[in-house]
Design a protein around this ligand. Structure first.
Ligand SMILES: NC(=O)c1ccc[n+]([C@@H]2O[C@H](COP(=O)([O-])OP(=O)(O)OC[C@H]3O[C@@H](n4cnc5c(N)ncnc54)[C@H](O)[C@@H]3O)[C@@H](O)[C@H]2O)c1
Ligand SMILES: [Fe+2]
Length: 381
């Protein structure tokens, strides 16, 4: 892929193959002299992380690394990260990874200068104003998956290790100052992760597009983001080294996260509690519940999805859109139901209660109730 571009929306993005080489300069541009690279355990062992650390070191920024981050990271990971940050005398964070690494890294930067516990900054009302903005360290984000779009997001998802509830922690300044989006970093993703993360991006675009709120800007981004996923995810899945498809998926992921300011919906309201209780992969979980959620929402989104189908070049109908979703799921080997992911019916009461409380629930085009959510979970099992 020869395309290389600099964008300043929704933040400064340096997009293109090989641009990881600009990591040192990007850190310096936001005042870092001694950044801490924060990533998850799995990635820390891979060559991509070594390359990033080498670039930092070659530019005289040291090679600070914290990698004790679990998938679906918790406040315990955060406490350990903060300890490493302060002990090492760091002055900023390189957020490196998929959603798990990026989210936890963003929280290390955010919490490095706060005095209140992290749960006080949950995305509720104006709680974010409780934070001291001067206590937020600069963040340079480097995504290595193409899914969550957390690199352009103003929030992190942190799982409470005691209650097992996923909480969204929000602050406008959690948006990374600079993003290095280098498609080459995603080439090593195994097919399961390529599929799961890519379907997360689709779910962000689709739920944002379907949500009832007035936000035409997001609407346009969501629509084009879906097109990019339908065209490029099968290619990236079939041929991991297809750099063009990897690049387009990286953009689609950032578009999904930009669009979901407009709202998410039942897919995420369900996937959050399932992920918290069963530690399933987030994007794959969205993909499993996607068809049943579309069926529930059909009366409210029929015309809108028909328009989307026409934009993709398919028949102008809800059914055409639905069929393409099913085909993509099949191609990506998405489990047919939640049972295949280890989810049982024994905790369905908890799942329903948690989904109702989830902040994504409010964006669903059909109002979610204990009854329709229970029916959704049962249908997905
Ligand atoms: N902040 C947000 O807006 C937002 C949005 C959606 C999801 N999330 C959160 O993001 C998390 C999921 O993130 P994810 O789907 O990116 O998965 P992940 O970050 O958990 O990564 C999944 C696995 O892929 C590996 N991996 C990552 N990049 C790789 C690469 N280039 N090569 C090989 N292996 C690689 C990781 O080591 C890990 O084992 C969840 O905690 C979810 O709640 C956050
Ligand atoms: Fe998501």
């Amino acid at each position: 892929m020869s395309i290389s571009a600099n964008w300043s929306y929704p933040t400064a993005i340096r997009f293109g193959v090989g641009r990881i080489q600009e990591l040192g300069e990007a850190c310096r541009s936001v005042g870092m002299e001694k950044p801490l690279l924060v990533t998850d355990r799995g990635l820390a062992a891979l060559p991509v992380t070594k390359v990033a650390l080498e670039v930092m070191e070659a530019d005289g920024l040291g090679h600070g690394l914290f990698s004790k981050v679990d998938p679906n990271p918790t406040e315990k990971n955060l406490a350990a990260g903060l300890e490493a940050y302060h002990a090492g005398g760091h002055d900023g964070v390189v957020a490196f990874g998929g959603g798990s690494g990026l989210d936890l890294a963003k929280m290390v930067a955010f919490m490095s200068g706060q005095t209140r516990p992290v749960w006080d900054f949950e995305d509720v009302g104006d709680w974010w104003t409780r934070a001291d903005p001067a206590g937020i360290a600069p963040i340079v984000a480097v995504p290595t998956t193409a899914g969550t779009g957390s690199e352009v997001g103003r929030a992190s998802v942190i799982t409470n290790s005691e209650t097992h509830v996923k909480k969204i922690i929000f602050h406008p300044k959690v948006l990374p100052s600079v993003v290095i989006a280098d498609p080459e970093l995603t080439v090593g993703m195994p097919p399961f992760i390529t599929a799961g993360t890519g379907l997360d991006a689709l779910s962000h675009c689709l739920e944002a597009y379907s949500s009832p709120f007035y936000h035409p800007m997001s609407q346009g981004i969501a629509l084009e983001g879906m097109r990019l996923v339908f065209e490029n995810l099968p290619r990236a899945y079939a041929e991991g080294t297809d750099i063009e498809a990897r690049g387009q998926m990286m953009v689609a992921a950032a578009m999904g996260a930009t669009a979901f300011q407009k709202g998410l919906g039942a897919m995420h309201a369900m996937a959050h509690p399932i992920g918290a209780l069963y530690n399933t992969h987030h994007g794959m979980t969205n993909a499993v519940v996607m068809p049943e959620v579309l069926k529930l929402n059909r009366p409210a989104i029929e015309a809108r999805l028909a328009a989307a189908a026409a934009y993709m070049g398919w028949d102008r109908s809800f059914d055409a859109f639905f069929e393409q979703v099913m085909a993509l799921r099949h191609e990506m080997q998405v489990p047919a139901g939640l049972g295949e992911m280890g989810v049982g019916s024994d905790r369905i009461d908890e799942l329903v209660a948690m989904a109702l409380e989830d902040p994504s629930a409010g964006g669903n085009p059909v109002e979610l109730t204990a009854e329709n959510l229970r029916a959704l979970f049962e249908a997905c099992l």
